[in-house]
Design a protein around this ligand. Structure first.
Ligand SMILES: [Zn+2]
Length: 141
């Protein structure tokens, strides 16, 4: 049995990553006050933000080629083959070899252009999936 890998030791590759952005805004329930005043004048911590006054949301993930650590140098190849599956992973000089980040072959590309193109494909697919999800949850009267 000969096990082959897409990339070899020393190859330089472009990695794409899925990033989510943390967005903080005023709590809409207490309008950023942190407390709710009852009819008798008593104040209680806002039940939505628990007095924190703000809420944190995560923007949808988006695939991109990171500016830093976008180019990696293959330092270790790991191919795991079973009857049912095949897994190809890499460790790179920039992110640690032996201990460090394991990268999937699916996120590596030979050129920056190919990496950017794949990001566009994955982001387009995600927005289509998100629209499907939204339209599926609309309740018809
Ligand atoms: Zn609140």
């Amino acid at each position: 049995m000969i096990i082959e890998s897409k990339y070899a030791i020393g190859d330089r590759v472009f990695k794409i990553v899925s990033m989510r952005k943390e967005v903080t805004s005023d709590c809409p329930f207490c309008v950023g006050g942190g407390f709710i005043r009852g009819a008798n004048g008593e104040q209680r911590a806002c039940p939505k933000c628990f007095g924190r006054r703000n809420q944190t949301e995560w923007n949808p993930q988006a695939w991109q080629v990171p500016l830093e650590n976008g180019i990696l140098t293959i330092g270790q190849v790991r191919v795991l083959v079973t009857n049912q599956s095949r897994k190809e992973e890499y460790m790179c000089h920039e992110t640690g070899i032996g201990s460090g980040t394991l990268h999937s072959v699916d996120d590596f590309f030979e050129t920056h252009e190919a990496a950017v193109a794949e990001c566009a494909v994955r982001n387009e697919k995600m927005s289509v999936d998100a629209e499907r999800l939204v339209s599926a949850t609309v309740i018809q009267p």
